[in-house]
Ligand binder design. Structure first.
Ligand SMILES: Nc1ncnc2c1ncn2[C@@H]1O[C@H](COP(=O)(O)OP(=O)(O)OP(=O)(O)O)[C@@H](O)[C@H]1O
Length: 292
């Protein structure tokens, strides 16, 4: 056991399953670890996320937040441990301790339950906004074009971009592109949406419009969300539960009042004090609520 592991110990857990949940998590991580060569990036993660629960993940740069999400997106595989989505295993333990993927058809089906929004929007530049949002409903869900367009227009309405349906991405602002990316993911009606620093690549004046769309979706939609963010106020406003990661472990988790108002672990206290300092140093006219 290395020095970091010793100091981590068991996570500080002050989170009880909400009374409204039926006890069946939509996502289950069990003993998930990830190493790149000799470097252990995630250490024995155990995590349940419940239907419609909004979970924010905060922590210093390099603490493993994105890796945690990449495993769930099936973009990368755990070195050990298992992850289930909707009761289905993403990766199976195979002989001699090696992990093998679920078969392609199975993975494809599970992936359709997971929506993802990244820092970079990755829209198809040669398609209109409407084309971007209807692509997956037509080709993955097999909807008829007219049905897909009706569903897509309703989503574009929700993100405030119905009037841009026939525009090409190159004619949109960064904030608008990210709202299209959100519409494109949510139109699939996923069981869980992952947002990985969805506003980090945006100019500061465009951040608010994207956060506000995500907040609206969180309030209206009966789907779970995992939100990796450096925006502390956003995490506080939106999350039912906040996870603090450091050194590849979930060090502490709780409600936003617990995490921000009464942090227990010295590492979370130190992380938040840096944030408060950044906030304070933002000074007049530019109050920064994010840290890197
Ligand atoms: N493909 C890879 N090969 C080697 N190391 C990697 C790889 N991907 C991530 N890492 C390392 O894993 C650690 C965790 O990275 P990760 O991106 O999950 O952190 P993070 O908390 O999301 O950071 P940030 O807030 O800066 O995005 C980092 O030290 C990173 O350098």
């Amino acid at each position: 056991m290395d020095a970091v592991e010793k100091s981590v110990g068991n996570p500080i857990e002050r989170f009880n399953t909400p009374a409204s949940q039926d006890g069946n998590p939509i996502v289950k991580y069990r003993g998930v670890s990830k190493s790149y060569g000799d470097i252990q990036v995630l250490k024995d993660i155990n995590l349940d996320i419940f239907p419609s629960e909004k979970v924010a993940v905060i922590g210093p740069s390099g603490s493993g937040k994105t890796t945690l999400a990449r495993m769930l997106m099936t973009l990368d595989r755990p070195t050990t441990g298992t992850i289930e989505v909707g009761g289905q295993m993403l990766w199976h333990q195979a002989m001699k301790g090696k992990l093998i993927p679920a078969n392609e058809k199975h993975l494809h089906q599970i992936r359709s339950h997971i929506g993802m929004v990244f820092q970079h929007f990755n829209l198809f530049p040669h398609m209109t906004v409407l084309g971007n949002v209807t692509e997956a409903p037509i080709h993955v869900l097999g909807l008829k074009r007219a049905d897909a367009e009706q569903r897509a227009m309703a989503m574009l309405e929700k993100v405030g971009l119905a009037d841009k349906a026939m525009e090409y991405p190159s004619r949109l602002s960064g904030g608008q592109k990210q709202r299209v990316a959100i519409a494109r993911a949510v139109v699939m009606r996923p069981k869980i949406m992952l947002f990985d620093e969805a506003t980090s690549a945006l100019d500061p004046e465009l951040v608010g419009e994207v956060l506000s769309v995500i907040k609206d979706l969180a309030a209206q939609r009966d789907m779970a969300m995992m939100l990796i963010t450096h925006e502390m106020d956003f995490a506080r406003d939106i999350a039912d539960r906040i996870l603090f990661t450091d050194g590849g472990s979930i060090v502490e988790q709780g409600t936003s009042d617990q995490i921000f108002g009464n942090p227990q672990s010295p590492r979370l206290q130190s992380f938040l004090s840096r944030f408060r300092q950044t906030w304070y140093m933002g000074g007049v006219g530019q109050v920064s609520t994010s840290i890197q």
